[in-house]
Design a protein around this ligand. Structure first.
Ligand code: NAD
Length: 266
């Protein structure tokens, strides 16, 4: 039998924001498979119910991450169940408006920044005191995007948030390093799944071309011509959370088959 390379400490506790579906769910399930105790939060009651049905050892709080009072409830639930935290995965994020900046409604702008950026501050603010009491240290993983490396036309508030997350990752790594708390960002390109499929179908319809044509336009941005599998992101998250990641902090790690720019021709 092959020995698993990644192992987690006994009684390892992880919190994943927006973890009931998508990338967060795959990260949560990968951590559970490694023996972690996992608490998720999500704004969708249906998605939480399905997640708990599939992962009965996990726990969850219904929460809109952009609402600080609701985030406080997540931490009350986490503390009453485990009173411990080893890993925070700041995963929540929405695509936000798809338009040129002058056409973006200010309310939509603020809503995107609230979910994609402010929420990560709320979670870190409440997680750090718990991580500090953990005598083995711990880590924070911010899910950014490869949009944090480039300009990304038609996605201003999303891109602003994802760049800001890299700044926070480096700042928090400096603030928390002396307490053995590591902070890193994962920067995926387009990820295989419902979100990219929906975007492709919408673009194909708007332009009257095939979904294959639109898929190629997106894939050509990656040197490896690929969309990332959520499992690749989860594997990197587990690696960083484990003792194998012990010396890695303050990094923004691209998971996109290498990209030099995000195309302007979409
Ligand atoms: P998703 O759209 O699949 O949504 C995942 C979960 O987020 C859902 O269960 C949803 O209910 C929850 N959610 C949405 N708004 C919420 C809120 N206000 N409060 C709490 N939960 C909320 O997301 P995804 O595609 O898995 O993306 C996860 C992260 O990865 C995001 O930060 C995203 O920006 C980033 N990312 C995604 C891609 C991609 O192609 N999917 C690429 C790069 C980066």
């Amino acid at each position: 039998m092959t020995k698993p390379i990644i192992t987690l400490d006994d009684n390892f506790v992880a919190l994943i924001s927006a973890g009931a579906s998508g990338i967060g769910k795959v990260i949560a399930e990968s951590l559970i498979a490694l023996g972690a105790k996992v608490h998720i939060c999500d704004v969708s009651e249906t998605a939480i119910a399905e997640f708990i049905r599939l992962n009965p050892t996990a726990s969850a709080t219904l929460c809109d991450v952009s609402n600080f009072e609701q985030v406080e409830q997540v931490f009350r639930d986490l503390k009453s169940k485990y009173n411990k935290l080893d890993l925070l995965v700041n995963n929540a994020g929405i695509a936000g408006p798809t338009d040129k900046v002058e056409n973006i409604d200010p309310q939509e702008w603020c809503n995107t920044i609230n979910i994609d950026l402010n929420a990560h501050f709320y979670f870190a603010k409440l997680a750090i005191p718990l991580l500090r009491t953990n005598n083995k240290g711990g880590s924070i993983i911010n899910i950014s995007s490869n949009a944090a490396f480039f300009g990304f036309p038609l996605r201003s508030p999303y891109t602003a948030s994802k760049w800001a997350l890299i700044g926070l990752t480096k700042t928090w790594a400096m603030e928390l390093g002396p307490d053995n708390i590591r902070v890193n960002a994962l920067c995926p390109g387009s990820v295989n799944g419902d979100r990219i499929n929906g975007v492709i179908e919408r673009d194909a319809k708007e332009r009257g071309v095939s979904t294959e044509e639109i898929t190629n336009i997106y894939k050509i941005q990656s040197s490896m011509r690929l969309f990332v599998d959520p499992e690749d992101i989860a594997n990197m998250a587990c690696f960083l959370a484990s003792p194998l990641g012990a010396s890695i902090s303050g990094q923004a790690i691209g998971l996109d088959g290498h990209t030099e720019s995000l195309s302007n021709n979409l």
